[in-house]
Design a protein around this ligand. Structure first.
Ligand code: DX5
Ligand code: ZN
Length: 215
């Protein structure tokens, strides 16, 4: 059974407390927090104060996905704002090893996200340090995009590496996840499914989470 991390990027920002309470009452395992800076990605979402406000009401750990340039500048602030896991982008970190050690020092679970064009093999020399690898199944920046089919074989390759070397990181997939692709993703080795629109655009988000979890 996969773990589910609904993304509050697709929530109603004017009713965030209501939506966080809905997630608390659901079978979601994490709350996925998508931070965008308008530089690393062509869109701005929200930052530290919103993360803090969500944390105040959240009964699930915050899985914070930083789609920002030079994330080291803000890691301590996001940890203070309630992040249980801090995921930075491979493409935004020229000194990734240092960044990962810093996240560990802060006491958060370190994760690295890969854009669709970045191969899983790029992480070969850092895999043993990671709690999470997030494979983007859309180009980051917007919710509601179409799932990129190449993701399946990327997950499978990463899963083979994990098995071969006995690593313990979890594999998370983010973007365009729905009931049509969840089952195959889980079969290829995904542990955590991020879902924005397929949860929040559903007439019954609690049931949508439950269905994804049981797919
Ligand atoms: C994309 C974000 C995703 C996205 C998921 O940049 O990282 O978390 O909001 O939303 P859906 O499920 O709508 O693709
Ligand atoms: Zn995300």
């Amino acid at each position: 059974m996969a773990e589910i991390a609904p993304s509050i990027l697709a929530a109603d920002f004017a009713n965030l407390q209501r939506d966080v309470e809905m997630l608390n009452a659901s079978s979601a395992d994490y709350i996925h927090v998508d931070v965008m800076d308008g530089m690393f990605v062509p869109n701005i979402s929200f930052g530290i104060p919103v993360c803090k406000a969500v944390y105040k009401h959240a009964k699930k750990p915050l899985d914070v996905h930083l789609m920002i340039e030079q994330p080291d500048r803000y890691l301590a602030d996001f940890k203070k704002a309630g992040a249980a896991g801090l995921t930075v982008h491979f493409e935004a970190c020229p000194n990734l090893h240092r960044t990962i050690q810093y996240i560990k020092e802060l006491g958060a679970a370190p994760g690295v996200a890969l854009n669709p064009h970045t191969s899983v093999e790029s992480l070969f020399d850092i895999l043993s340090d990671l709690s999470l690898v997030l494979i983007m199944s859309v180009n980051p920046g917007f919710g509601g995009q179409e799932f990129i089919e190449n993701t399946y074989q990327k997950v499978a390759r990463l899963n083979r590496l994990r098995e071969k070397f006995g690593y313990s990181f979890k594999i998370e997939v983010d973007g365009g996840v729905n009931l049509d692709n969840a089952q195959l993703l889980i079969r290829e080795g995904v542990d955590i499914l991020v879902a924005g629109s397929s949860v929040f655009n559903s007439p019954d988000p609690v049931q949508a989470i439950e269905l994804l979890k049981n797919s």
